[in-house]
Design a protein around this ligand. Structure first.
Ligand SMILES: [Zn+2]
Length: 389
C-alpha cells in the first residue's frame, strides 16, 4: 500500500519528522506548549513564513503566513499533550501542518497560513483555542482550511457534537451534623441537580442527541459536618449549537431553582468555550479522498456513510466561519482509542513516518487542485454558504 510514496522532498520529510520527534519528547500540556509552539514558529520562519506570535492574546498560539498571491489555504496545527504524553498524537498534527505548509509554499507556490492552536484537549486558559480565535475573528484571510487527526482508520470529513462544559458551585453554611437548624447543606442541591438533569436528558428527543456528563468534584470534607460548599462539573452536548444553547438554558434554570429551594447561593461558570457541531465541506473532503486513493489508501468518506458523531472538537467552530476539510490518518489498529498508552506509542513519529508522509502528500495535493481549479473553488464556497444558512 505504501510503496508509491514519496514525492515529498527528502529535506522537508526529515525536518518534519525531527520537529514531530521533539514535540513528542516535550509533551507539553495545553496552554503550556511554549517549546513546541516556538519550535514550529522557528521552522516556519526559517522557510520564509511571517510569524505572528503570540496570537489572539495566547502566548502559545501563532499565525504563520507565506504569501504567493492567489487564494490562501489555511492549516490547523495542534501540539498539546495529555498527562500521559502525546496519547492523542497532536505532535503528528503539528508535523503534518509544517510539512504540508512548506510543500505548498515552496514546491507549489501557493499562499498558506498556518494557525498554531493550543490546548485542543481543553487544559488551562487557552482551552479550545480555535473557538477563542473564531470568536475574535482571527481565523481569517484564508479561502479554506484543512485539519488532520491521527485515528484508528483512514477517513475524510468529520462529524462532531456541539459541546459545552460548565462548573456549578453551591454555597451554604457549615454546621455540626446535629445542628441542622443552623447549617445550610450545599451538597443537597448538587445531588438534586444531578437527578434533575438525568431526568431532563430523557425528556429530550434522541434526534437532538442530548448527552449530559456529570461529576461531583467537591461534596464536603467530613460526614459529621454539614457541607458549606459543593462543586459539580457538567458536560453538555447536542447535535446542534442551537439545541445545546437550549439545553444550557434549562440547566441554568434547574440549578437556580434547586439552589433557591435550599437557600443556597450558586455560581455557574463555563469551563470551555462553546464548541459548534462540525460542518464538513464535501468538495474539500472529496479531493482529499481522491488524493488518498491515488496514494493507495482507501479512506472512509463521512459524506457517504451515516455515522453518529462520537466526539466534540474546537475545529468545528472553524468550520462555521470558513470551508473546512479534514483528514484522519490511521496510526493504530481499529478500536484502539486515543488517549491510551498504545495510541501514544503509535504516535511516535518514527513509527508513524510513512502514514504521516501520505497525510501530507494528500493534503498538499488536494489543496493545490482546489486552488488551481476555479470551478472547484466556487463549488466549495457555494456549498459552505448553503450549509451555514
Ligand atoms: Zn486529539
Amino acid at each position: 500500500m505504501l510503496s508509491c510514496y514519496s514525492n515529498m522532498r527528502r529535506e522537508i520529510r526529515e525536518e518534519t519528522l525531527e520537529v514531530s520527534r521533539r514535540i513528542y519528547e516535550y509533551a507539553e500540556l495545553g496552554s503550556q506548549e511554549y517549546r513546541s509552539s516556538k519550535l514550529m514558529a522557528e521552522h516556519l520562519s526559517r522557510h520564509g513564513f511571517t510569524v505572528e506570535m503570540p496570537y489572539g492574546g495566547m502566548d502559545t498560539a501563532f499565525k504563520a503566513t507565506c504569501y504567493r498571491g492567489g487564494p490562501t489555504v489555511g492549516l490547523l496545527a495542534e501540539y498539546d499533550a495529555l498527562p500521559n504524553g502525546h496519547s492523542c498524537g497532536h505532535n503528528l498534527i503539528a508535523a503534518w501542518a509544517l510539512g504540508t505548509a512548506v510543500t505548498l509554499c515552496e514546491d507549489f507556490g501557493i499562499s498558506i497560513t498556518v494557525f498554531g492552536t493550543p490546548s485542543e484537549e481543553g487544559i488551562g486558559p487557552y482551552a479550545g483555542s480555535k473557538a477563542i480565535l473564531v470568536e475574535k475573528n482571527l481565523i481569517r484571510d484564508v479561502d479554506f482550511v484543512m485539519g488532520m487527526h491521527p485515528d484508528d482508520r483512514w477517513a475524510v470529513g468529520s462529524v462532531s457534537l456541539a459541546d459545552l462544559t460548565i462548573e456549578a458551585e453551591f454555597r451554604g453554611r457549615s454546621s455540626h451534623l446535629l445542628g441542622p437548624d443552623y447549617g445550610i447543606n450545599a451538597l443537597a442541591p448538587a445531588i438534586e441537580t444531578y437527578i434533575a438533569l438525568n431526568n431532563l436528558r430523557s425528556s429530550i428527543s434522541d434526534l437532538k442527541r442530548p448527552v449530559i456528563g456529570m461529576i461531583i468534584k467537591e461534596g464536603g470534607k467530613a460526614s459529621n459536618v454539614i457541607p458549606d460548599r459543593s462543586v459539580m462539573e457538567i458536560d453538555l452536548r447536542s447535535s446542534k449549537r442551537t439545541y445545546l444553547e437550549d439545553l444550557y438554558g434549562k440547566t441554568r434554570e434547574i440549578i437556580a431553582s434547586i439552589s433557591r429551594m435550599h437557600s443556597c447561593e450558586f455560581t455557574i461558570r463555563d469551563v470551555t468555550p462553546l464548541y459548534d457541531e462540525y460542518i464538513s465541506n464535501e468538495t474539500i473532503d472529496d479531493m482529499l479522498e481522491e488524493e488518498l486513493r491515488s496514494l493507495g489508501v482507501d479512506p472512509v468518506n463521512i459524506h457517504r456513510v451515516n455515522e453518529p458523531a462520537m466526539g466534540s472538537t474546537d475545529e468545528a467552530n472553524v468550520s462555521h466561519v470558513v470551508p473546512t476539510g479534514h483528514i484522519d490518518v490511521k496510526i493504530v489498529q481499529p478500536s484502539i482509542p486515543a488517549h491510551t498508552d498504545e495510541f501514544r506509542m503509535a504516535a511516535d513519529p518514527d513509527r508513524a513516518a510513512e502514514v504521516l508522509t501520505i497525510g501530507i502528500e494528500a493534503a498538499a495535493g488536494a489543496a493545490a487542485k482546489i486552488v488551481r481549479d476555479r470551478s472547484l473553488m466556487k463549488r466549495m464556497k457555494n456549498e459552505f454558504k448553503e450549509a451555514i444558512r
